[in-house]
Ligand binder design. Structure first.
Ligand SMILES: *[C@@H]1O[C@H](CO)[C@@H](O)[C@H](O)[C@H]1NC(C)=O
Ligand SMILES: *[C@@H]1O[C@H](CO)[C@@H](O)[C@H](O)[C@H]1NC(C)=O
Ligand SMILES: *[C@@H]1O[C@H](CO)[C@@H](O)[C@H](O)[C@H]1NC(C)=O
Ligand SMILES: *[C@@H]1O[C@H](CO)[C@@H](O)[C@H](O)[C@H]1NC(C)=O
Ligand SMILES: *[C@@H]1O[C@H](CO)[C@@H](O)[C@H](O)[C@H]1NC(C)=O
Ligand SMILES: *[C@@H]1O[C@H](CO)[C@@H](O)[C@H](O)[C@H]1NC(C)=O
Length: 427
């Protein structure tokens, strides 16, 4: 360190002298000379310093590899740790001093140590972690008065009478239907007034009928059958004193108690798409898809470049068929509701690198041609439009082509393979 500082002191000494002098021209020259000399010195010092550090680093890495070799020779490893179910282990080095990490799949959270270190006595620090389902009792998952029982990996719901399903969301029709009208009837609440006079009343949801009994009001019969007074989006179940709206499988009753909300099966673990399949959430369900590039044909072949995209391999010379084929193909999956309002823009397409002078859009084929149209929305953008309402459930396919031209010469084509999954319901 002293060696590095010394020339700086020296240089400062030289600089101080001429600056205070009256012979300005000469002293300026001297000062400049001194600065140059100082710069040279610094460069030399810097190089020497760098050589020093490099040497030190080399020695350190030699020492490290030597120590590691010794550790391996002495077999200083910890036992192979267990990989948690529904999770992964990151890192493979199980030698003393090394760390391994654990992560859980989506929908699960880690309980235990996220990181474990192989200690000198060849044991792992921390505790063996496991992955626990996020959907545990803390989210109050059991509906209709069900009781949640927490397990180590997941929860179970114990449902109250008349309800079933993993979260007690489905009514057991037989239970409610076999409850006779009589059991929906109740004694009124009565209060003795002046001697000989009684005032009786019924709870809300009940109505006094002849005979002095409180009869349940069947709200479903009263309101649901008329489109103007409908109380439930889908179905209605009469209960003593009240009613409940029901939703078809794949939906949950919205907090407003009337409408149905689609369940995103793909976000949770409620789908059974195999590994390699992609899960697409639809209204009322989900689909497992596996976009495939077209097979090689007429000297044209494609390679998958991402989950939803294929790119054409370079064309052999002389192959016109290949040059006319699409340069890229992308796959698009659209969930739709039945009987939606039309016309409706489903999809917009444009090119990221527009180098030509015009773009053309066309529907090339597919099983859903009758209800789709393609139109231009601006110079560089086309859109796929749904032109008539679709009765569900249905799967519609359409292939769109976007061609780019420059002075009427085809520069390239992109194909969009669109699949629309139409719900059986209007929601
Ligand atoms: C090191 O020890 C583990 C068990 O502790 C054993 O399975 C392995 O074969 C040993 N390796 C060598 C090279 O001795
Ligand atoms: C290994 O060492 C840690 C501390 O470094 C200690 O807490 C642990 O009990 C030791 N385990 C065994 C089996 O000796
Ligand atoms: C309940 O009574 C009504 C008439 O008051 C009848 O139409 C209906 O079928 C009865 N329901 C059951 C489940 O017995
Ligand atoms: C998973 O697939 C099986 C048949 O392969 C089916 O019986 C089951 O209902 C499916 N589970 C879900 C959650 O869709
Ligand atoms: C395929 O390429 C070869 C030359 O590489 C050419 O002779 C042949 O005509 C091409 N076939 C098609 C269908 O384009
Ligand atoms: C859609 O409209 C058609 C014709 O109006 C009708 O028959 C059908 O029930 C409606 N609902 C669904 C879900 O398709």
């Amino acid at each position: 360190m002293l060696l590095v500082l010394l020339p700086v002191w020296l240089a400062l000494g030289i600089l101080q002298l001429p600056l205070g002098s009256t012979q300005e021209c000469l002293s300026l020259q001297q000062a400049l000379g001194a600065v140059r000399q100082m710069q040279k010195l610094l460069v030399v010092q810097e190089a020497a310093h760098l050589r020093g550090t490099r040497g030190l680093r080399q020695q350190l890495s030699v020492l490290q590899s030597h120590l590691q070799r010794q550790a391996t020779k002495r077999n200083e490893t910890c036992p192979q740790p267990a990989v948690p179910l529904n999770g992964r282990m990151l890192g493979q080095n199980v030698r003393v001093g090394h760390d391994i990490h654990f992560v859980c799949n989506a929908g699960f959270r880690l309980v235990g140590s996220e990181t474990r270190t192989c200690r000198h006595n060849r044991t792992w620090s921390g505790t063996q972690p496991f992955c626990r389902s996020i959907d545990d009792c803390s989210s109050n998952p059991c509906a209709n008065g069900g009781t949640c029982v927490d397990g180590s990996q997941s929860y179970t719901c114990l449902c109250s009478p008349g309800w079933s399903g993993p979260s007690c969301q489905s009514p057991i029709y037989a239970y409610w239907v076999t409850l006779s009208n009589a059991s929906f009837s109740r004694q009124p609440r009565c209060a003795e007034g002046r001697p000989g006079s009684r005032r009786c009343s019924c709870d809300t949801g009940f109505q006094m009928r002849a005979g002095g009994m409180c009869h349940d009001v069947d709200e479903c019969q009263l309101f649901q059958s008329n489109p103007q007074t409908r109380i439930c989006l889908y179905d209605c179940l009469n209960l003593p004193g009240s009613y409940r709206c029901l939703c078809p499988p794949g939906y949950l009753l919205h907090v407003d108690h009337n409408t149905c909300e689609d369940v995103d099966e793909c976000a949770g673990k409620q789908h059974n798409c195999t590994q390699g399949d992609l899960c697409i959430n639809t209204f009322g369900g989900y689909r497992c898809v596996r976009p495939k590039c077209p097979p090689s044909r007429h000297n044209t072949s494609y390679v998958k470049t991402s989950a939803f995209q294929c790119e054409r391999n370079p064309c052999p010379m002389e192959s016109r068929a290949c040059r006319l084929a699409a340069n890229s193909i992308s796959f698009h999956y659209l969930p739709l509701q039945a009987n939606g309002t039309v016309p409706r823009v489903l999809f917009k397409m444009s090119t990221t690198r527009f180098v030509g002078d015009s773009l053309r859009f066309a529907i090339m084929g597919g099983r859903g041609q009758g209800v789709f149209a393609v139109r231009r929305s601006d110079r560089q953008t086309g859109e796929l439009v749904l032109t008539s309402p679709v009765v569900g459930p249905a799967t519609l396919e359409v292939e769109l082509e976007m061609s780019e031209f420059s002075r009427k010469v085809l520069l390239g084509k992109h194909m969009f393979k669109v699949t629309a999954f139409v719900s059986p319901y209007e929601f």
